[in-house]
Design a protein. Structure first.
Length: 476
């Protein structure tokens, strides 16, 4: 109690005492009894004073007492997990309770506590395989352990390490025969070794090579192409007997009882086992020009596009549905025939390739699997880049005319899968094709005249792909 309150109580007691002191004791009279004090009243007043003081202390303590809190010191509500894991607010105090509240990142629950997770320098947990196979995290150190972690694709386990499997350019492992007999992979080079690998069915062993059963005096065909602005040519041997064999194969089909699908009808032209070794020989010649599969595709596209279109047969309606080998032998073909030849080559290089069948326009083209942002068609997240084969054009450019009558492709084609291989990075071709389309439209709207910068870019693209033109102009 405050001092003034004590003083007030004491003053009150003294006042009462003074009043009591002036009162005479009952039962006495005369002068001698008038000065005596009534001690009974003093005792009562003193007891009352003690009671008042005690009550004051109790009241003061009650006033100063704080209400019980429903939170812990960090503001967490009672019976809740703190933001600072693994702390838990219990009866107003923060206690560790990892089994209920969990642990921060890189910590693991250990009873009610959290223990720091131990990792190697690349973040791999102790006792686990790293993403960098075959590394294993052992007591803080990354060590090779191929017996536990294995090896990446195209790597071979040698004790606890991984060594890259050495291959020739066609994917044949060192010291093994290629699928394209009689080639053998020797120290990174494909060499003829018919004694070790044998020959394709029907071919005859002659020294290290294989001789075609279709005659020992083959004819020669020259296949021109343009690659990065430079024109070159491939020479191949062709055989009259093989041409005659393919020409006699029936082009009709029978439903017995079920009819073949359009894809099955097209694939029979690609899978003939007699022409396949000769076509693979052409693929090998293309692969020998460069080790880069992307550039192999570019050469193959130009090579097939530069095979003349068989205008005479198309206009006369005298189409024989040539096999791909026949296109090479005859040095000409129509849309479907040239498209099958290119599809075969691109499949053997390893890319996703498809035939595009435009039923209404009676036309066929090729599609390469490519990023969706450069594709003319897409399905289920896969992009398909358009590729015309009847004339020299740029991959992804589907705005040109597909026939001598000036026809344009307007319908959605049927997609026939030849091979679901890898994706072709078509960014460069797409950029060139878009510029080519814009520049030609600009020239057409100005009477064939382009500004100097536009003409420079137009000629750059023209020369890069070897695109033939009838006439052009510039204002320079």
């Amino acid at each position: 109690m405050k001092s003034d309150e004590y003083a007030a109580v004491a003053g009150r007691v003294e006042g009462l005492a003074a009043e009591t002191g002036g009162t005479q004791t009952s039962g006495h009279s005369g002068e001698g009894g008038s000065g005596k004090v009534n001690y009974k009243y003093l005792v009562v007043l003193f007891a009352l004073l003690l009671l008042i003081i005690a009550a004051s202390f109790y009241l003061e303590k009650s006033v100063n007492r704080t209400e019980p809190s429903n939170k812990c010191a960090d503001g967490t509500l009672i019976n809740k997990c703190s933001a600072t894991l693994p702390m838990y607010c219990m009866n107003g105090e923060l206690v560790e309770k990892a089994s209920l509240c969990g642990c921060p990142d890189d910590y693991a629950v250990n009873g009610s506590r959290c223990l720091r997770v131990q990792r190697c320098e690349d973040g791999t947990l102790y006792g686990k395989c790293s993403d960098k196979v075959p590394l294993f995290c052992r007591i803080g150190q990354l060590i090779p352990k191929a017996s536990v972690c294995g090896c990446p694709k195209d790597y071979l386990k040698i004790e606890e390490n991984c060594e890259k499997i050495k291959k020739c350019r066609d994917g044949t492992i060192y010291a093994n025969c290629s699928e394209n007999l009689p080639l053998y992979c020797k120290d990174g080079m494909l060499v003829n070794d018919s004694l070790t690998c044998g020959c394709p069915e029907g071919y005859i062993v002659m020294g290290d090579t294989c001789v075609s059963p279709y005659g020992g005096n083959p004819a020669e065909r020259i296949l021109p192409y343009t690659f990065k602005g430079k024109t070159a040519a491939l020479k191949i041997a062709v055989h009259e007997n093989l041409k005659q064999y393919l020409a006699k194969l029936p082009r009709v089909y029978y439903c017995n009882p079920k009819c073949p699908t359009p894809q099955q009808l097209e694939m029979r032209y690609l899978e003939d086992d007699k022409q396949k070794p000769e076509l693979l020989n052409l693929v090998d010649k293309i692969k020998a020009l460069t080790d880069d599969p992307v550039d192999q595709v570019r050469i193959a596209i130009s090579l097939v596009q530069n095979i003349p279109y068989d205008t005479e047969s198309a206009e006369a309606g005298n189409l024989t549905n040539r096999y791909p080998y026949e296109v090479l032998f005859d040095q000409k073909g129509v849309c479907g025939e040239k498209s099958r030849l290119l599809a075969f080559i691109l499949r053997e290089i390893g890319y996703g390739v498809y035939l595009l069948d435009y039923e209404k326009e009676d036309h066929m083209a090729v599609a390469l699997k490519c990023p969706v942002e450069y594709a003319q068609y897409s399905y289920n997240g896969t992009g398909y880049c358009f590729l015309e084969t009847t004339r020299v054009s740029i991959l992804t450019d589907n705005t040109g005319e597909y026939s001598s009558e000036g026809g344009k492709l307007e319908t959605i084609p049927t997609l026939l899968t030849v091979s679901d291989g890898v994706e072709f990075p078509a960014k460069g071709e797409y950029t060139d094709a878009q510029d080519w389309i814009v520049l030609n439209a600009r020239a057409a709207s100005s009477g064939g005249i382009l500004g100097s910068e536009d003409y420079k870019r137009w000629k750059e693209i023209k020369d890069k792909y070897g695109i033939p033109t009838i006439k052009s102009g510039n204002s320079a």
